[in-house]
Design a protein around this ligand. Sequence first.
Ligand SMILES: *Cc1c(COP(=O)(O)O)cnc(C)c1O
Length: 338
Amino acid sequence: MLIDLRSDTVTQPSAEMRTAMAQADVGDDVYGDDPTVNALQAEAARLSGKAAALFLPTGTQANLVALLSHCQRGEEYIVGQHAHNYKYEAGGAAVLGSIQPQPIEADPDGTLPLDKVAAAIKPDDIHFAKTRLLSLENTIGGKVLPLEYLQRAWQFTREHKLALHVDGARIFNAAVALDVPLKTLAQYCDTFTICLSKGLGAPVGSLLCGSEEFIQRANRWRKMTGGGMRQAGILAAAGLYALEHNVARLKEDHDNAKWLEQQLSNIGLEIVEPGAQTNVLYVRQSPELAAKLGPWMREQGVLISSGPVTRLLTHINVSRQDLQKVVILWQAFLQQHA
Ligand SMILES: *Cc1c(COP(=O)(O)O)cnc(C)c1O
């Protein structure tokens, strides 16, 4: 078995999850007829305290559909310079929605400073795009946005008449790290996404949560962007299983990340911004060593995206024992290349 620390997207559905998938009742979800999709959407709404939720194939599409539902052509969203829905989604909102991103630099803790957000809001003037939306990401680079910040951002967007969207691909990691229910985080945004296919261990799927009216609009955009699936209950069953069984255990991944960080630091590696809050950590190494480490680890059955800054993620398919092995191998590599 390979030990794969490249991402938490690599998780494999367990035997129990596969059984749930195989046994799912299904129907045509474009007609709203899939009982398992409906159950998943209802469960996401219940857990988040939002009125409604929509099941989508990917987190990228969930963010795109959210942006298309919030902003019209010629409008803009304010977003972090390194946010997934600015930098890593192929410019979808601009390409497909004629929606302009207004990126700003985040603070080191991952928050977007509200004075900078305020300065980026355009006055109502024919020269400017209309600022509609603030988009945050939680967790971002493994960091949890402080609750107090979420509260202030929410207040801020009410005062400035902006909508607030959260890319919550890893929002359950944030909730578990803060030891609060999802609702506590969801109350401070209009809409947010959840990835089922990362730490939660489902093979496919994301959710977009919001008001009834918003989700109805989002459903049209989902159809237009080709995300209306048919007997999708097979996939939704995995998501339902994940929400029931794989949320609380994220703490294990967080503990493993902290443990790994300590061990790698002990063998002399430089941790970028030590103090892993969730399941992500970053290691800095020389470009020469980084180029050798990746192929060397692969030969030993360990997959990492080795680079000058290497991002490592813990997840449901990596045990403490696996991590122990990685530390021993890494130490051997450093000794061989000293
Ligand atoms: C993974 C991720 C997404 C969406 O990814 P998909 O691969 O399209 O599901 C969106 N936002 C963040 C922050 C992510 O980490």
